[in-house]
Design a protein. Structure first.
Length: 73
């Protein structure tokens, strides 16, 4: 019988979910520039949206760091 890994705790689940969101936002940035190349989005709009995505990624990375820094009671 195969051993089951132990269930993840809330911190691990939170970190994994935010990590997945960061990966999805990075993929969205790639698709954004594909839209620009296909002339669907102009360069100024693409740059503005990319900056917004970068800001959200930075915030999510900060949230992960905060959660990992919480004291253990």
């Amino acid at each position: 019988m195969a051993r089951q890994p132990p269930p993840m705790n809330a911190e691990q689940t939170f970190t994994m979910d935010l990590g997945s969101a960061i990966l999805n936002l990075r993929a969205a940035k790639t698709h954004l520039w594909e839209l620009h190349r296909e002339f669907t989005v102009d360069v100024d709009t693409a740059i503005e949206v990319e900056r917004g995505l970068d800001s959200v990624i930075d915030l999510l990375q900060s949230d992960i760091a905060l959660v990992r820094g919480w004291p253990r009671w």
